[in-house]
Design a protein around this ligand. Sequence first.
Ligand code: SF4
Length: 341
Amino acid sequence: MISGKRLKRDEANRLWDLDLLALGATADRVRRRLNPAPRVTYVIDRNINYTNICVSGCRFCAFYRAPGAPDGYVLAWDELAAKLQELKDHGGSGVLLQGGLNPELGPDYYEKLIGCIRDAGLAVHGFSPPEVVYWANEWGLTIQEVIRRLIDAGLSSIPGGGAEILVDRVRRKISPNKCDSALWLEVMATAHRLGLKSSATMMFGHLETRAERTEHLLKIRDLQDETGGFTAFIPWTFQPGGTNLGGETLGAVEYLRTLAISRLVLDNVPHLQVSWVTQGPKVAQLALKFGADDFGSTMLEENVVAATGVGFRLPREEIESLIRQAGYEPQVRDHRYKISD
Ligand code: SF4
């Protein structure tokens, strides 16, 4: 795997039993082969959650509100404009846009939303496969037609959200109303073929087994072989606070183990991102020695993880300081992982 030899499924499954530090050292060597420059990238952006109204009711989600709930919202246009201006004042390049599956919002709303962000000179890194599948059903369009419409409005890339674990046994238990794993992959395949780049995520540490995490990684790797459209992989741990699913938070050791194994299995995905928003600054810094080469985003605003009670915030200066202390040069990128001049 250090040399680039591809891991088979049974070899990948055996990695879970290896010593943590040995795994980290091996993942770090692969990181240096794939990303030899001694730098760690990050993006200046904010997450804008345009609505929290959602009919999906995922059991791991503390963010959504059912239609009719008193604290359900759709972001007002003047609030959106203020958020965009604040982001520009901070030197941001784009917005990560994500919301619930809101039955009240039609295609005209989304076209206007994307247009406002583009008109402000910011890139739209928006939505997720479950949103696209929901709209295709609601609007009577194919997945390709929905994505084409979003591209025509100005969408520039898609975040890899809503993947959770790409195994339907798990999805039926934690998010029974959301698209299945095949549809998640179909949306990404379609987006890639239409020229969009995307990231891919994995939310783990709930009901899945380690072998199901491996299965998730292999599905991402297989699609990447076909399309080459994934820019980065972002594994993060389930945060149980305020959710229907509940349970314990997975610790840093299992997070780092999973991160390292992700680097070793995903030999064709260029970048691996730390999740400081769930792990905090110190574990995120350590993660740079377990295969990661990207520090994610400054997240001027984040609401979904914050709804679980996990409140890590990192200003840009602290992100740069953490990267430097770990021995790398910080480098700003955009949502397509293009390095700024
Ligand atoms: S994770 Fe997304 S789709 Fe699921 S309930 Fe929360 S907002 Fe809705």
